[in-house]
Write a protein that binds this ligand. Structure first.
Ligand code: BV8
Ligand code: ZN
Length: 258
């Protein structure tokens, strides 16, 4: 095997991960806000600027929207405009490429920023909704993108109902079909990557733990250990936009020299 051609930093790939990459039939990638950090999207806990004084856990709730719909709507308009001004990063593109490299591949995200789709991932299981989608509280009509204008004032539907972001707020249940699909994938896969999540939000944070307990090899990719770091098979310390492309390049090299 021509090691000199090995991609830079391939040393971060352990023999166990290399074996898992070569033998895995079903791979799951589970992502959090950290996978979008290198695109310039503030992670959930580090929303910059004028929103610094607000706690997302307070704003991302039905109570906050009922109490002050304009405040919550303008927070989402600000986030939507931020996201539209950035591009997917190499981590998103490597995840999109990974879809074609395994017999079965499942992408599950906690993110609402639509960047996996913009990077070319074809099937994205969104546990917490999508910021580009809104819906009427009264009649349930959906609005995509600017059909719900990105203003600083909450919008009303033609039926008179308030339009809300179609994301899952704290205290709201996750879309059952997406959660069920994610749990089935986690408990039947051979290899799961948990990328860019502090793993503090439930029930999503249980997925890597469920995978490990069902026998999968679970790899965490994060510059710092998450709250489930002690439960995974191995942690690779680093940024997802650097680490995951190296893993995908190594896999392709293993395939050519096999
Ligand atoms: C529910 C959409 C029940 C909105 C979001 C136990 C069981 C069940 C529920 C609970 C439970 N304990 C507590 C709860 C309640 C609650 C919860 O988990 N609270 C937490 C705070 C303790 N859960 C809920 O309310 C959920 N609902 O359980 O309902 C129910 C059941 C039946 C009937 C009714 C109700 C709903 C939770 C969904 C909330 N919505 N998002 C919006 O976005 O505005 S969650 C939101 O926060 C994000 O979507 C994301 O999922 C989460 C943030 O987490 P991360 O993605 O991890 O991001 P974070 O910023 O924290 O960390 C970033 C990480 O990236 C860091 O580790 C960092 O080191 C790393 N990083 C940085 N740079 C990089 C990097 N990694 C790689 N590369 C880099 N370059
Ligand atoms: Zn309506």
């Amino acid at each position: 095997m021509n090691m000199s051609a090995a991609p830079r930093d391939a040393s971060m790939i352990s023999p166990s991960l290399e074996h898992a990459l070569e033998t895995a039939r079903h791979v799951v990638v589970f992502t959090g806000a950290g996978v979008s950090a290198e695109s310039g999207v503030p992670t959930f806990r580090s929303a910059g600027g004028l929103w610094e004084k607000y706690d997302p856990h307070q704003l991302a709730t039905h109570e906050a929207f009922s109490h002050d719909p304009d405040l919550v709507w303008s927070w989402y308009s600000w986030r939507r405009n931020t996201i539209r001004g950035v591009e997917p990063n190499p981590g998103h593109y490597a995840i999109a490429e990974a879809e074609q490299l395994f017999p079965q591949f499942t992408l599950v995200t906690q993110n609402v920023d639509n960047l996996h789709q913009r990077a070319g991932s074809s099937r994205v299981h969104e546990l917490h909704g999508n910021i580009e989608r809104s819906r009427c509280l009264a009649c349930g009509t959906y609005f995509m993108g600017d059909e719900a204008p990105p203003t600083d004032k909450a919008q009303s539907c033609s039926c008179g109902g308030f339009i809300r972001p179609d994301v899952v707020w704290f205290g709201e249940s996750l879309p059952m079909e997406e959660l069920q699909h994610a749990q089935n994938a986690a408990t039947s896969c051979d290899l799961l990557f948990t990328i860019g999540t502090a793993a503090t939000v439930y029930p999503a944070a249980m997925l890597p733990v469920m995978a490990r307990r069902a026998g999968a090899y679970v790899v965490e990719i994060n510059p710092e250990p998450s709250s489930i770091a002690h439960e995974v098979s191995e942690c690779i310390t680093g940024a997802s936009g650097v680490v995951f492309p190296v893993i995908i390049e190594r896999l392709k090299q293993l395939r050519t020299t096999a």
